[in-house]
Design a protein around this ligand. Structure first.
Ligand SMILES: Nc1ncnc2c1ncn2[C@@H]1O[C@H](COP(=O)(O)OP(=O)(O)OP(=O)(O)O)[C@@H](O)[C@H]1O
Length: 266
């Protein structure tokens, strides 16, 4: 199995404190690696470094063998297309005056010359229609505005936008945390389906262990900027080794509803 991302000795200091404190971590091609930890444990800082949205104090990130912090601008631009992010609150990153077509098409307009100017519009609408179809929305929604959609539908729109440039890595930063439980499940199913169809690799950041248990192949537990446990999801939930992981699991009354059901019926 190959690694799409290799993180080594990664450190990010803010003043005297280290938000990320010596992280070594691989993301395997095609997997869903969950990063969990309490608020302030460094999850967001780690993903910002991984996406090269922040500069580390020390250490390196390799993406598909390329050293992200040493890449010349032209190669960096290409690599950036291959790494996309979906955030918790998609509405905050959508221009409310833009129609869905323009929201989803934004990365295409920015990165693909053929999508601009005359002739580009028809191609854009076609591609946006395909992307919306992939996330389970009908093509007619193209002319509507973000506020006309529910939270779950808006998250589908932001997933469509993230997929526009055919990325290889998608960082999902609490993508379902703002949604009702039933809608959460639908979005998780969609993400799993898209991963299979498009061969995506996911880094899934969450404090919600019930959600992580549904989607992750492996889980990295972050505490005060350090990875304290890294294990296949099944093993981590069945037999957490680190005391901090056990405390995190104990804090969740019912991490797996199926297990809870089994317990009740047993
Ligand atoms: N730009 C910044 N300037 C100063 N300190 C920062 C900055 N960004 C993060 N920190 C600090 O680094 C630590 C880790 O923060 P980070 O946001 O990465 O954690 P997190 O696990 O993502 O938390 P949350 O789940 O609340 O988003 C915190 O102590 C935070 O205050």
């Amino acid at each position: 199995m190959t690694n799409l991302v290799e993180i080594r000795g990664l450190r990010k200091e803010y003043g005297a404190a280290a938000a990320v404190d010596g992280v070594d971590l691989d993301v395997r091609t095609g997997e869903t690696l969950a990063v969990v930890g309490e608020s302030g444990s460094g999850k967001t800082t780690l993903t910002r470094l991984l996406l090269r949205l922040a500069e580390p104090t020390a250490g390196s990130v390799h993406f598909d063998g390329a050293d992200l912090f040493a890449l010349p601008a032209a190669r960096l631009r290409k690599v950036r297309r291959e790494m996309q992010v979906v955030l918790q609150d998609p509405y905050s990153s959508m221009n409310p005056r833009w129609r869905v077509t323009d929201v989803v098409a934004e990365p295409l307009v920015t990165h693909e010359r053929g999508m601009r100017g005359r002739g580009g519009r028809a191609k854009l609408r076609e591609r946006v229609g395909e992307l919306l179809d992939a996330v389970g929305l009908p093509p007619q929604v193209q002319d509507r505005y973000p506020h006309e959609f529910s939270g779950g539908q808006r998250q589908r729109i932001s997933v469509a936008r993230a997929l526009a440039l055919r990325p290889r890595l998608v960082v999902l930063d609490e993508p379902t945390s703002a949604l009702d439980v039933s809608v959460q499940a639908q979005v998780l199913d969609l993400l799993a389906d898209l991963q299979g169809r498009f061969g995506l690799t996911y880094v899934f950041v969450s404090h919600n262990l019930a959600v992580v248990q549904q989607i992750a192949d492996r889980v990295a537990v972050l505490r005060a900027g350090k990875v304290v446990e890294l294990a296949p999801a099944r093993r981590l939930f069945a037999a957490p080794e680190h005391e901090y992981t056990r405390a995190l699991l104990d804090a969740v009354p019912n991490p797996d509803p199926r297990q809870a059901r089994r317990r009740v019926t047993a």
